[in-house]
Design a protein. Structure first.
Length: 87
């Protein structure tokens, strides 16, 4: 089973990619977040690591906002959405 992770804004900058495929899907969103934070060494222009950016993000699992305790069984996509400025 695999899951497609899509990064936006600061998360994209820190990850160094707009998307990636995770082959061994962790059990929960929290586990996936920890895995993603440990896999990437890039930084944003402001000097934040992906792990730091992820602490501020919202997550959509197959288009639905989910908390970190959400199970990923059967999911196919996770969108990583940092806070956006504007009004």
């Amino acid at each position: 089973m695999s899951i497609s992770v899509h990064y936006f804004a600061a998360a994209k900058a820190a990850a160094g990619t707009s998307q990636e495929l995770i082959e061994d899907v962790p059990a929960t969103l929290a586990d996936l977040i920890a895995l993603l934070g440990s896999r990437h060494a890039g930084m944003t222009d402001a000097g934040l690591s992906l792990a730091e950016v992820l602490t501020q993000c919202s997550f959509l699992v197959d288009g639905m906002r989910r908390d970190q305790d959400a199970a990923l069984e059967g999911a196919s996509r996770v969108d990583v959405m940092p806070p956006f400025a504007g009004g």
